[in-house]
Design a protein around this ligand. Structure first.
Ligand SMILES: Cc1cc2nc3c(=O)[nH]c(=O)nc-3n(C[C@H](O)[C@H](O)[C@H](O)COP(=O)(O)O)c2cc1C
Length: 233
C-alpha cells in the first residue's frame, strides 16, 4: 500500500501540516480470500472510542494469530477524523466512502459494499456511535458502512460495541435502536461500560474494554476455523 500513498498539504492557522491521503481505489481492486483464515470486517464510526482501534487490531492479531485472521476495516467519514488510518499497524485496507464510487464505472464492475459482504465471515462494529446505530435500526444506507450493514448476510455473526455519552445512551431512542439490532437483525451486543468518559462526564456508555471485545471475537474465530478445518478434512 505504501506506493499508493501520496501527500497532500493542509494549511491551518498558517502552519503547514502534512496530511497523508490514499487515492480512491479503482475497479481493478480485488478482495482476495485466504481459505486458512477467518475474514473479519471491522466497521468503525465517529465515536471518540475509535482512538482504540490500533489497540483493538493489535490485540486481535495477538489472540487469533496473524496467520489465522484477515482483517479489513470500513470507516465512516467521521471515524477518519479521529484516527490516521494510514498509520494503523495493519497490512490490509481501510475502505472509505470514496472507494465505493471510484471502484464502479459501469455495469459488471464490483460494487464495494456487496464485495465486502461476500468477503467477510463475520463483522464487528466497534465503536458503534449513536448516529450509525440509529441509521442501521431504521434501514438507512447512505454511506459505505451502512450500505454494507444493510446488505449484510444475516446468517453470518455480527457484533456491535456501542460507544456514546451517557446522555445519548440513556435516551429512549437508543433503547429502541439497540433492541432492533438485537432482536430483528440478531446482532450480538457487546455492552458498554460505566466509567469517566473522554468528555469528562461519568456514567454508562463507554465502549466495552478491548479485552472483552477481543475475547469474544477470538472465541468466534477459533470456533469458525475449527468448523472449516473439520469440513475440509
Ligand atoms: C469529539 C467528538 C466526539 C464524539 N464522540 C461520540 C461518541 O463517543 N459517540 C457518539 O455516538 N457520537 C459521538 N460524536 C458525534 C458523532 O461523531 C456524530 O454523531 C457523527 O455524525 C457520527 O457520524 P458517523 O456515524 O457517520 O460516523 C462525537 C463528536 C465529536 C466532535
Amino acid at each position: 500500500m505504501e506506493e499508493n500513498r501520496k501527500r497532500a498539504r493542509g494549511d491551518e492557522e498558517n502552519e503547514e501540516e502534512e496530511v497523508e491521503v490514499r487515492p480512491p481505489l479503482t475497479r481493478s481492486h480485488k478482495l482476495s480470500k485466504d481459505p486458512n483464515k477467518h475474514h473479519l470486517l471491522i466497521v468503525i464510526t465517529g465515536s471518540v472510542a475509535v482512538l482504540k482501534t490500533p489497540e483493538l487490531i493489535q490485540k486481535l492479531y495477538e489472540k487469533c494469530g496473524e496467520n489465522r485472521l484477515a482483517i479489513k476495516i470500513v470507516a465512516t467519514e467521521n471515524a477518519v477524523k479521529f484516527v490516521n488510518i494510514l498509520k494503523l499497524d495493519f497490512d490490509d485496507f481501510v475502505y472509505e466512502d470514496k472507494d465505493e464510487w471510484s471502484m464502479w464505472r459501469e455495469r459488471g464492475d464490483p460494487v464495494l459494499h456487496i464485495e465486502l459482504r461476500k468477503w467477510a465471515d463475520s463483522m464487528l462494529i466497534a465503536p458503534l456511535d449513536a448516529n450509525t446505530m440509529a441509521k442501521i435500526a431504521t434501514g438507512i444506507c447512505d454511506n459505505l458502512a451502512t450500505s454494507l450493514i444493510r446488505a449484510w448476510d444475516l446468517s453470518k455473526p455480527a457484533y456491535f460495541a456501542p460507544a456514546m455519552n451517557t446522555f445519548m445512551w440513556e435516551n429512549p431512542l437508543t433503547i429502541g435502536h439497540r433492541n432492533t439490532l438485537k432482536t430483528l437483525l440478531q446482532f450480538k451486543e457487546i455492552c458498554p461500560i460505566s466509567k469517566e468518559l473522554m468528555c469528562g462526564d461519568s456514567g454508562q456508555g463507554a465502549m466495552a474494554d478491548i479485552l472483552s471485545i477481543t475475547s469474544l471475537i477470538s472465541a468466534l474465530v477459533r470456533d469458525q476455523l475449527a468448523v472449516k478445518t473439520h469440513c475440509i478434512s
